[in-house]
Design a protein around this ligand. Sequence first.
Ligand code: GLU
Length: 257
Amino acid sequence: MRIVVKVGTSTLTHGTGRINIRRIEKLCKILSDIKNAGNELILVSSGAIGMGVGKLNMETKPEDMPTKQAAAAIGQCELMYLYDKLFREYNHIVAQMLITGLDFSNEESHRNFQSTLNRLLELNAIPIINENDTIATQEISVGDNDTMGAIVAINAGADLLIILSDIDGLYTDDPHDNPDAQLIDTVFSITPEIANLAGNKGSELATGGMITKIHAAEMSMEAGIDMIIANGSHPELLYKILDGEKVGTKFIGRKKA
Ligand code: GLU
């Protein structure tokens, strides 16, 4: 299987912005094993701004663009250093790809992106993709990595997109406010009712929330790709997903005629 795994900031860092060492070590170990089993893996990883904020000892995520972009530049190094170090322990090669929304609208960049991605997979490397936050302003950015995950999955012709977040999946109501909220295990189409469940809350350091995940689901489903939202606090869920067990919320890709 060709699998795109999107990892959110909340999975990689503590609320302080400092690295969640136990979590990231576990995640890289499991992803390495999944790759060893013969799957092709592409990571879309957030965490650059969060890690930069942690490294700079800032109290909160900055609001102004230059500081955000500076934090991303600092955090992106840290992020790739960690991935390189941890995947190397299991004999895997990582590759950094930083892109913006503009790269998908420019025909030549788009083609180059696809051919580099394919070549990296042929070379058995793990492409690790993030938005090029240091230059991406609102007009040219994809804006959030859930959407980026869907764009990458579509461009890579992936079989599955897994979004690891700080929530188990899509609920019938906001589980932070309503203890009776129920997890929805399968979604066959994004009806207005489903879209309405998205709310707009995300965690402090992250960019997206359920809205961007529903948007990503819509794009993936349309392209015939299944998407799963699962809780990144438990990376071992990835094994269960690949074993075909019910985990989180699965959005079923439209079957092609
Ligand atoms: N590119 C951002 C970062 O690495 C994250 C965007 C997102 O979380 O959606 O911090």
